[in-house]
Design a protein around this ligand. Sequence first.
Ligand code: NAD
Length: 478
Amino acid sequence: MPDFELKPPCPPRKPASSAATRAPGFTIEFMTSAIDNRLATLKQRFDTREARIGIVGMGYVGLPLALLFSGQRFRVTGFDIEQAKVDKLNSGGSYIVRILPAEIQAAQQAGFSATADYSEIAEMDAVIICVPTPLNEHNEPDLSFVTKTVQAIAPRIHEGQLIVLESTTYPGTTEEIVVPLLEAGNPRGLLVSRTIEESGVHVAFSPEREDPGNDKVARHDIPKVIGGCGPAATELASVMYNSIFGRVVPVSSPSVAEMTKLLENIYRCVNIALVNELKQLSMRMGIDIHEVIDAAKTKPFGFQAFYPGPGLGGHCIPIDPFYLSWKARQYDFRTRFIELAGAVNTDMPYFVIEQIGNGLNEQRKSIKGSKVLVLGLAYKRDIDDLRESPSLTIIELLRDKGAEVFYNDPYFAKVGRGRHYDLNMTNTPLDNLSQYDAVVIVTDHSSYDYKAIVAQSQLVVDTRNATKGITAANIVRC
Ligand SMILES: NC(=O)c1ccc[n+]([C@@H]2O[C@H](COP(=O)([O-])OP(=O)(O)OC[C@H]3O[C@@H](n4cnc5c(N)ncnc54)[C@H](O)[C@@H]3O)[C@@H](O)[C@H]2O)c1
């Protein structure tokens, strides 16, 4: 048993006629009782686009979300504590490479503006929280961004307002952290609505499921999972999200929605660890793991392809599993799959260093004193995000071993200090490649000409299978 008192779970939702249980694209049926009229009025504001949407956190998640709502003629206000971001947006500019200034300007035409002033929260019909949920120095959840946000909005909430948390987090966060802070922090004593009869503020959790850099699935086509603290919250949030997403998937509680997001990310983390381990075995056995995966994925059922690489990166897959393993400890439970996957994936940059050493060794050289060019800083192809990127670890490990390290990445002119690194480097042009003892492909940006890179380099260490189809003696694939 856990050694703390859990809050009672949300009461079960009313079955059947709720709009949220219907197929996507439903039209709102207006019901007859006073209670239903009250809800219908709130829903109608979303349906007619009179509802004002506030999005807290104008980052990789919040800004694209704001643009989706603006694209559907909602008047959106973006809140952010970074004044520089607010100023950039209000001047019609963008600080995310894949979002063009023209998109911000089009949103401005629909009423979009940004602010660092929380007093405007009071004017919003819905407030969606998209702030960071990192780990602290002990690899434990750091919910300070969420708690600070909720404490700042709590004094300004009003009856009938919808508050949705989108930040990835452990099951229980909405009920155990967000709800108590909202209820304690507003001077009018507003409570969170739990039943269809109760008025109050409506609270839900709905995870962001974006896949940055994925051009194959439009964001609108990613179904939106929603778990409200009461049926009215689920219903209102479903109406709101149904205006920008093709399909909403209501679930019975915020905890189910929170756990859904973690299951998705842990599934990726564990399967990537599996292929990373099998890659190392395959290399010893002289088998090309990529050829194996390509053959396996011809099976029309029961197999999904995951690919090995230099280690995990990004704000989600390396971090989110730890949210669950931390929470599991409160239940005296060990999440062994997460631990094992974490151990295998964390070792991958070290494995890459070993392979660089082996490649140099073949040429009678050592890492110490070698000039090494790392290609790609971003944690994955064609994006401008280097959070938790394995490139950063690989650069630090190479430096520790005495290599002189350079990098090239079209998305980063320079790299300074981050959560785990302090590199202080500037982008090196992609020319005169023969000067380097090794060129290491860590991020397979599609702008690179891999044939030319192989032709011009002394040694290429390829961690992404980017040189597939190129036959040359100077390639080490790992
Ligand atoms: N980036 C992704 O691809 C992705 C995908 C799925 C889920 N998520 C999750 O979404 C959440 C947000 O991630 P992100 O990538 O957008 O982060 P981000 O760092 O890009 O953006 C967060 C923004 O919130 C702002 N902020 C922080 N505290 C604030 C406060 N108190 N008030 C107002 N603004 C504040 C920051 O200045 C920043 O602009 C995280 O929980 C993350 O795990 C991210």
